[in-house]
Design a protein around this ligand. Structure first.
Ligand code: ADE
Length: 245
């Protein structure tokens, strides 16, 4: 997968050199390129923002540097990937979740446009719809200072779903949100620690019983912490007592 990120703080994206995503880049599984928006300005001050029409607080990112940067990304894209998905991180976007991560992991080319200040001149976003599938995406219902932190989160969530990024693909199967539920609790050695014992069933060697216990724990956790998620899950024969709801 090819990923381009445009930002006025390219150093923010240095974390993409680390850990599994960094390794995937080294291995050629992910081709991540970070671009400095300011290098697409033409004035002496490398201006990327200006005051908003209609008044109001803060500054708005100018359309032209964005158009130049995105045209340059398109020029450098392989011919087969000429209509990339342009993700615009914004608190005004659709909320990012695991289902969206799976959807984006199927694509060949993602481009992230990191806005700062009060956002990007809307005309640049409209213009980009000519060449990109544009998706404004929010990390959640809170406001960050810019899109960079959201991009780090999204690239990690999407990147780890790409074959070859996570060493053991089985670890993707039994994790929170993969089946609509939160993950069950996990334990490691020693079996007794500071007076706390692990649940006995985990020492039973009975794999069916362990699977059943884990599934029930998933329901308990989800009912307690994220009851909103249960609406989309078949709770089958479980009673309210089973769910401790
Ligand atoms: N930029 C500012 N706030 C954001 C959020 N919640 N999600 C994505 N990008 C943002």
């Amino acid at each position: 997968m090819r990923i381009d990120v445009v930002s006025i703080f390219p150093e923010y994206l240095a974390a993409l050199d680390l850990s599994l995503i960094g390794k995937a880049r080294q291995d050629g599984v992910l081709d991540v390129r970070v671009h400095d928006l300011r290098s697409f300005t033409t004035d002496r001050h490398r201006t990327v923002d200006d005051t908003p029409y209609g008044g109001g607080a803060g500054m708005v990112m100018k359309a032209e540097p964005w158009a130049q940067a995105l045209e340059s990304v398109l020029d450098g894209a392989p011919a087969a990937e000429r209509r990339p998905t342009l993700i615009v991180p914004s608190p005004a976007g659709a909320v990012f979740d695991q289902a969206m991560a799976y959807e984006l992991a199927e694509l060949d080319h993602l481009v992230f446009a990191c806005g700062r200040y009060e956002g990007i001149d809307e005309r640049a976003i409209d213009w980009a719809r000519g060449d990109f599938d544009v998706r404004p995406v929010s990390l959640g219902d809170y406001v960050l200072n810019g899109g960079e932190v959201a991009v780090l989160a999204m690239v990690e969530a999407v990147g780890r779903l790409i074959p070859g990024v996570v060493g053991n693909p089985e670890s993707l199967v039994e994790e929170s949100h993969s089946d609509g539920l939160l993950e069950y609790p996990v334990y490691t050695k020693p079996s007794s620690w500071r007076g706390r014992d692990i649940p006995e069933v985990l020492l039973s060697g009975n794999h069916a019983k362990i699977a059943e216990w884990r599934r029930l724990e998933q329901f308990h956790r989800t009912a307690e912490r994220r009851p909103d998620l249960l609406a989309g899950v078949d709770t089958g024969a479980l009673t309210k007592a089973d769910l401790r709801a």
